[in-house]
Design a protein around this ligand. Structure first.
Ligand SMILES: [Fe+2]
Ligand SMILES: [Fe+2]
Length: 178
């Protein structure tokens, strides 16, 4: 039982026609695609950081990494994580919040320092490894995203809200990052 109508959701506000069953797994829904895209971008920036020698370039790139991570974690915490309660295991959601908090503390520590100072590069490196671990928990088979995709939320519609929120946050947080 209970496999019946979960469609016709009352909160649908877009007029776009939707297929009744779209959980085919052929393509990720928008919310997941956007978050995975963020993950790839930030991983690339951490890899680029490793190649840098110049302190001014390191600072500029770290500022970009920090902004990307702040916006991404905030979107997940405002939209994905709370709305997936019930679809994703509670333990997994709780751990994801705690991992975000750990990352934010490390970001704040790095922001209080300058490139060239002792442990600056080490902290950036450890932050990158920490983020890789967290991303794996989200993306691995049976992980957060996999459980979310099996759930009842409309992840395409959620993705549209995430996109709008991302633009607003980039403007808000990016504007004061200098
Ligand atoms: Fe996350
Ligand atoms: Fe994420």
């Amino acid at each position: 039982m209970a496999t019946a109508a979960k469609s016709a959701s009352s909160k649908t506000k877009s007029a776009k026609p939707r297929k009744a069953t779209r959980r085919t797994g052929r393509r990720d829904p928008l919310a997941i695609r956007l978050l995975k895209q963020d993950h790839r971008e930030v991983e690339k920036m951490f890899d680029e950081y490793e190649q840098l020698e110049d302190n001014a370039e390191k600072l500029a790139l770290f500022n970009q990494i920090a902004l990307a991570l702040k916006v991404h974690t905030q979107i997940e915490e405002e939209i994905l994580y709370p709305e997936e309660r019930g679809d994703v295991e509670d333990d997994l959601i709780d751990e994801a919040y705690v991992e975000h908090d750990g990352a934010k503390k490390l970001i704040a520590e790095i922001e209080a320092m300058k490139p060239g100072q002792e442990f600056y590069d080490a902290k950036v490196k450890v932050l990158g490894e920490y983020i890789k671990h967290h991303v794996k928990e989200e993306e691995q088979p049976g992980g957060f995203f996999a459980q979310a995709k099996k759930g009842d939320e409309d992840l395409d519609e959620m993705g549209e809200r995430m996109q709008a929120r991302k633009e607003a946050l980039m403007a808000e947080l990016g504007g004061k990052a200098h």
